[in-house]
Design a protein around this ligand. Structure first.
Ligand code: FE2
Length: 148
């Protein structure tokens, strides 16, 4: 279990770094299997630009993100049933800090989570993730910035 958590943390941090700093800069500080920026991590993370083997499933799996002030809402427009559902959302800042997580259960009506950014959050960007129990992990970059 710890190995899986370590893998997920490293994957999220690498993805956040690549999204913010680009492949070359991120690769300078950590090993990164990314090909080109925006390509995702084929076979591991799926993006709008690279849905990989799940092409055609983007609409129901990409995290949709809205930022209002210091609140970030993530929604995955995906059904929720015992056999097929969204397991988890995470929001990870560009510094690797986990800004929020929410675990879902099949009986939940919707996969929607809202996170309040920490008062001293210096992140300018973040990565929102959504994990489907059948269709793996999808990521969407998020601009945070200062918004009223
Ligand atoms: Fe799915």
């Amino acid at each position: 279990m710890a190995d899986r958590r370590d893998f997920l943390k490293a994957t999220l941090a690498a993805t956040a770094a690549v999204a913010v700093y680009g492949v070359e800069s991120a690769s300078a500080c950590m090993p990164c299997p990314m090909g080109k920026q925006g390509a995702g991590m084929p076979g591991i993370l799926y993006t709008k630009q690279n849905p990989g083997m799940w092409a055609g499933k983007e609409a129901g799996h990409l995290p949709q993100v809205t930022v209002e002030g210091n609140k970030v809402t993530i929604e995955t427009k995906h059904g929720m049933s015992e056999k097929h559902y969204i397991v988890r959302h995470t929001l990870v800042g560009d510094n690797g800090e986990v800004l929020g997580t929410k675990t879902f259960y099949p009986e939940d009506e919707k996969a929607v989570s809202t996170f309040e950014l920490p008062e001293k959050c210096s992140c300018k960007m973040a990565i929102a993730t959504s994990f489907c129990n059948l269709h793996d992990m999808w990521v969407t970059p998020v601009m945070l910035g200062k918004q009223a």
